[in-house]
Each structure stands twice: as C-alpha cells, then as structure tokens.
Design a protein around this ligand. Sequence first.
Ligand code: PLP
Length: 396
Amino acid sequence: MEYKLADQLKNAHPTAIRKIYMYACDHPEFLDLSIGEPSADTFPLKEIAEASRDMYENNGKVALAYGPYAGMDDCIDEIRKWVERRGFDMTNEAIEMLPGSGHGMDNMANTFCNEGDVILAERFAYPGIQNAARMVGAKLVGVDMDDTGIIIEDLEKKVKENPRTKFLYLCPSFSNPTGITISNEKRKAIYEIAQKYDFMIYEDDPYSRLSFDGDFKTEIKKLDTDGRVVYAASLSKIVSSGMRIGFFICNKDLRQYLEMSQGNAGVQSVPVMLTVANYMKHNDIEAHCRKVGEYYKKKADCLLECIDKYFPKSCKAITPKGGIFAWVEVPETLDLEETWDELIHANVGVVPSFGFSSDPDTIPGNAFRICYSTQPPEVIDEAMKIMGNLLHSKLD
Ligand SMILES: Cc1ncc(COP(=O)(O)O)c(C=O)c1O
C-alpha cells in the first residue's frame, strides 16, 4: 500500500544514531559510544522495587485507576519539596508530570507555534527539538556558539532577523551534545534578551544534578519574574529512563495550555508516579544524584585521559563538568562524514556534529559527540585508541 503520509513526516530524516544502530545490530563486537543513554548500573533498583511493592500493597486500587491530567498529587508534592530545597520559588509556579522530558518539547511547540513560527536553539542541540519544530511546521534557527555555549550577540541578531521567534530552546547544564555548561552571567544575559524581545525560553534540564564537583549553576527559571521560562526536567538519568517520568515547572496561568496541548499522548502512568513518590519520600534523591555524578566523573576522566593519550594534538575535547557527554573538535580540514563512516566500519560508534546541527547541510560543524556513560574503561580505551589511530592517519 502507498501510505499518504503527512508532510511533516515526509520531511523527517533518520537520525545519525540510527545509522550506527543498524550497523551495530549485525556487529556484536561494536564499541558503541554513540547512544546518549544513562547507565542502568546507576539506577536505584532495590529502592524502586521496594517503593513499587509498597505502592501496590497499600495503594493498589488507586494505582490501577485513571489519574488526573496534571499528575498524581503525591508525586507532584515530592517533586515540589525537592525543587524548593534547591531554591526554586514556587509561589506562582505549577508542576505538571510528563512521560519523560522529551515529551515537553512537543508540548511547548504545540502550545506556542503556528506554521512558519521560529524556534531558536544553539547551533548544535538535542535532536528532539528538531522533531518538535518539524511536527508543527515551525522553523528551527541555530544560534552560533563557542565552547562557553550560545553566543549572546548572535542570539540578539537571530531574534532581530526572525520576528516570529516564539521561544529559545536551551539545555544550559552539561548539554547534550556538547557537555557545555552556560555560566550564571550568560544565563542572566539570555533572560534579559528574552525580556527585551519578548520571547519564551524552554529550559531543558535533564542533566544538571549530575555535577561532578557539586557546582550547580542557577537555573534560568529561578531568574524568571515574568513567567516566560518553562523548565523541564527528567528522572531518566537519575532514577530510570524506562519508567518514562519527567516534569514541567511553569507559571500557574500557563499550565492549563501546556496540558491542553499534550493531546492524547501526554498522560503519565499512575503506578510510575506513585512509585516515584514513594521512592522520593523514603530516600534522599540529592544524595543519590551525587553518587551518580561521581560514577560518571570516573568514566569522563577515563575518556579524557584516552583522548589525551591517543588523539592528535590538533583535536580538542571540551571537558565536561557533569553529565554524560564529551565533545571533541577536529580540524576543519577533516572530512567528517568520511571519517565517521570509517570509524563505524572500524567498529567505533560516535556521533558527528552534523547529527545535531540545526542546519546540517551548510553548517555541519567539525566535532564528534562521545558518550561515556555505559561502557567500561577497557572499551572506552580500545575505542579511543582506534579512533586516535584513524585521526593520526588522516591528520599527521
Ligand atoms: C537534552 C535532552 N533533553 C531531553 C531528553 C529526553 O529525556 P526523557 O527520557 O526525559 O524523555 C534527553 C534524552 O536523552 C536529552 O538528552
């Protein structure tokens, strides 16, 4: 049958990671540092099992029934206590539970964008925002960045050039894909530009609690006096990615619209919310985050040592201070696509920068994202040795 697909889907292109996945499926020896997923070793399995058992024993009928759209109060209350402890002023704010924070991007685009509107994002950003823009016919415009993140002057320039800008998408802490964390000064400047030109900010924050050294930058939401920041966070990198649980913090007046825009897909599972509520009641989630941060720090240190040992000096890694990604810039003379192909055939999976570019054809970038979260040190070492040798053969 010839399916009469919607235009939005016809424009979709398979992600770079999909190409690696297809190859890796047939090659069990593949050394995969491409997929941006948390290590299941960091999930609090015993505690979640206890929380789940307790929920079914004591609250089983509630758990198995429909719940409210915004999410179960028990869970929202625990999330509220957590973010208040972290200094969020919740006086004018509401929380809405989500089936993962990725879902929040779709809600945001559905809520604010008509066809032809503009979403701004750092030049290299999480591909989920490209999908969210495409599905509502919005245009994604990339803002230039350096190794301190988005460039403020270019943000202002792009807003002026695009008067239909509805919101800026930003992952300001330990970003996917670059691992970069935006400084407090820059966060303030970004908020001031949003006020000056009257656009919203979608602050995507799945990684900030995974700091290596306990340094937490101020969330842009905490600077928000107008209700123009929608803050989305996720428990995928902390408690479980499979349970699919995340949440919004947004102005109380806005919540109803974000909720309306989620259509049929956005309602969170009641047993998941109640399990997480139980988990948070009986465990210190911040202490758990610290442990997860320490776990990833060891992996990051291992990766950076290997890059230092094996890569040509003309390749430069941005040192992450948390999260699960490193970004390695290579000389512009290197053919990125060809190198990537050769790496895949040498059984090494990393993702080239064009996989994250808002404009891959004209600004593909000259970097690779390397995810160190799941592989043991010996696999990281072997993969980086192969990659380093290939880079030497092309650059020396
Ligand atoms: C920057 C960023 N935002 C959102 C998500 C989606 O996470 P979730 O599992 O909460 O949907 C991811 C997942 O990798 C991510 O890297």
